[in-house]
Design a protein around this ligand. Structure first.
Ligand SMILES: [Mg+2]
Length: 80
């Protein structure tokens, strides 16, 4: 889905943008924890991070392994 976008912008840039988006979500969540909640900002940053994580799965071509870890962790916390 993102391969053309990744090819156009480069793996380094897309990975850097993922790190930046993770930071932006951290800031939004910290603001919430400190009582300065902006739900629109949280929604937007979660969307940004979810897109970037999907791109990371394409870059690292590790969906199967990530899903394996995901299942194990969901079982461990009792939701699967
Ligand atoms: Mg963002």
């Amino acid at each position: 889905m993102y391969q053309e976008h990744i090819d156009k912008n480069g793996i380094f840039t897309q990975t850097l943008k993922c790190v930046e988006e993770l930071g932006e979500l951290s800031v939004a969540l910290m603001k919430d924890l400190k009582g300065s909640t902006d739900f629109n900002n949280i929604d937007e940053e979660i969307a940004d991070v979810s897109i970037k994580l999907e791109q990371m799965l394409e870059i690292y071509k590790n969906s199967a392994k990530v899903n394996e870890y995901r299942s194990k962790k969901l079982i461990r916390i009792g939701v699967l």
